[in-house]
Design a protein around this ligand. Sequence first.
Ligand code: HEM
Length: 210
Amino acid sequence: MSSLTVSDEQVSATKAAKIIQPAWVRALHWTNAVAMVLMIMSGWQIYNASPLFDFRFSSSITLGGWLGGALLWHFAAMWLLMVNGLIYLALGFATGRFRKKLLPITPAGVISDTKAALTLKLAHDDLSKYNNVQKLLYAGIIVVGVVIVLSGLSIWKPVQLQWLTALFGGYDVARYVHFICMSLIVAFLVVHVALAFLVPKSLRAMIIGR
Ligand code: HEM
């Protein structure tokens, strides 16, 4: 009887050990992905109404149809992005996930993992551990996510949050910061999604956990 109990425990321990991405990470990750895409596409439409540079985004890849519609999408998705992001940050710190999964990042580790990736020698056997390049990109994109929200708040409420707008160096600079963060997120997404499809078992783990 007792041996049966032990083997039951062993079975459940093995099952638990196989969970690579816990449910809360998966739920928050995919909610973030949807919110980000809505924010980016509506943001491009808002940009088109008053471009910072000498180009506009094609209306085929924007959301909202016109400035007013795009602002409604942007401000609706903003709450989803912010609340979801705050829960991710809180749980990331509280559970020790950030410390365990994203640290340490060493320059030597980043250089050797980049070399290994470029020569197609990077191992993907243990999905529960991120390599140094992944750690750097994930930690970096989390910081960019925080900066894009703060710069967005500072251009949304430049009177009420004037201390925040001042922190960015004023309204105009905050707009450029917001645009640069968007560009970094889009660049990250291109590489991130391509790699997810190149290593499908990592995508599977982010969908079903195992
Ligand atoms: C539809 C697009 C996306 C796909 C297919 C995707 C796919 C994935 C996959 C497969 C992983 C696990 C990587 C691994 O185990 O090696 C992952 C992790 C991650 N992704 Fe994405 N992702 C998408 C969108 C995004 C967006 C928009 C962001 C942020 C701007 C993002 C940020 C992250 C971060 C920070 C992690 C690490 C999470 C953690 O371990 O706590 N992803 N993604």
